[in-house]
Design a protein around this ligand. Structure first.
Ligand SMILES: *Cc1c(COP(=O)(O)O)cnc(C)c1O
Length: 398
């Protein structure tokens, strides 16, 4: 028996049974649906991409996995080299893991231990944003502020050493002044807070955050598990403001297989480097650096580079702005658009009841949550297909 995610199993609708997937389409027994969710925002090149499928098949013919404990291999070395060259600044040191949540855990552990290694044991507090989402494991839930998780954290007890602030520079400044010698890091989903409701904010907040982190000696962590690989219209938000630690996941493998990476800059890496074994980073997911994942991730990055994806995403944003212009309804709180993400926030969550089936009958797979109706399409979508996805959203309000 499968226990499905985020579902009351008793009242859950039968999930759509997918028998094939190709390009932007999911195929059920009877229907062909555009996947407007990109399988949780990861399938940026579409399904069954010949280059990605070949990469995985070729690697499977060699070996699918060997552990990184005492062993190494070409796919993981090539991917690390590629990331080192491709990521901005001195974000050069790649720690791989099997999921975004784990990669965020690693980032938080790195930030905390960085200060412990320097003998600064008072720096235990983490600054994070209201409405943040950083994953489903316990520490990531703690630094998160997702309204869907509040019930479990109430049972779990007080949040330990986590301070949430809104995306406003006065609140940011106040928190730095108040907690400065106790802070070890500020963690944010830069520019776009995904699972917390597709909330968008200005880059000036991040610029101010960078300046304050420098001034107060606090590490800046970007969780780009969702925003990385073009979703905000930037390759990475880290191209605009450089963090000390960058977390990538979701689209890292083009959505083919779960993998993530925590990338540290030189300063953070130096904080662990030396003759003292107690200063080593004590972490090691069984499947870190999985050879299938690394092979497909490398090809996914090459496709991203060669396919002029940033222009494609700019085009997606233009079409989205054009199609959503003038959308108005008494239930609409706000329409938000950034890069390859569009969200219509409604006032009453009940208003979105039945949308999934409505969209499905019109050839689109969608999965609204709480008050948020959104699309994060694969970047290979055609204009006609995108207009269809947005048209179904508009039709719901008609
Ligand atoms: C999805 C997500 C995660 C968690 O990634 P998993 O692979 O599901 O563990 C963490 N941070 C952000 C911003 C995400 O969107």
């Amino acid at each position: 028996m499968i226990w499905y995610p985020y579902q009351q199993m008793k009242t859950m609708r039968t999930p759509y049974n997918i028998i094939d997937a190709n390009g932007v389409y999911l195929y059920t027994e009877n229907d062909k649906l555009i996947d407007s969710v990109s399988s949780w925002w990861s399938v940026i090149h579409g399904y069954k991409h010949p280059v990605l499928t070949e990469a995985i098949k070729n690697q499977a013919d060699q070996f699918s996995h060997v552990m990184l404990g005492g062993l190494t291999h070409e796919p993981v070395r090539k991917l690390a080299e590629k990331l080192e060259e491709w990521l901005p600044g001195d974000l050069d040191y790649c720690f791989f893991s099997d999921s975004g949540s784990v990669a965020v855990e690693v980032a938080l552990k790195m930030a905390l231990q960085y200060y412990v290694n320097r003998g600064e044991r008072k720096r235990t507090k983490v600054l994070s944003l209201t409405h943040a989402y950083h994953g489903d494991t316990f520490k990531t839930m703690e630094v998160g502020d997702d309204e869907d998780y509040h019930f479990i954290l109430e049972a779990y007890g007080e949040k330990k050493d986590v301070i949430h602030i809104p995306t406003q520079t006065d609140a940011l400044e106040e928190a730095f002044v108040r907690f400065h010698e106790e802070l070890n890091c500020l963690i944010v989903e830069p520019l776009l807070q995904g699972a917390g409701g597709m909330r968008m904010y200005d880059v000036s907040f991040l610029q101010r955050a960078r300046a304050l982190c420098d001034e107060y000696g606090v590490l800046l962590v970007f969780d780009e598990v969702a925003t990385g690989f073009g979703r905000t219209g930037n390759r990475f938000v880290a191209d605009l403001v450089l963090p000390d630690i960058l977390v990538l996941g979701k689209a890292l493998t083009g959505g083919y297989i779960g993998h993530a990476v925590t990338v540290a800059n030189h300063k953070v890496y130096e904080g662990f480097y030396g003759d003292d074994s107690e200063k080593a980073l004590m972490h090691g997911p069984t499947f870190m650096g999985n050879a299938l994942a690394c092979s497909v991730a490398l090809k996914s990055i090459e496709l991203f580079e060669e396919g002029d994806y940033l222009s494609r995403i700019r085009r997606i944003e233009e079409i989205t702005r054009r199609e959503m212009a003038g959308l108005a309804h008494e239930q609409i709180q706000e329409v938000r658009i950034l890069g390859g993400c569009v969200c219509v926030e409604v006032k009453d969550p009940d208003f979105l009841q039945g949308y999934q089936q409505f969209a499905c009958r019109r050839g689109v797979f969608s999965r609204p949550f709480l008050r948020y109706l959104y699309a994060m399409v694969p970047y290979v979508i055609t204009e006609e297909e995108l207009v269809q996805v947005l048209g179904v959203m508009r039709e719901w309000f008609a």
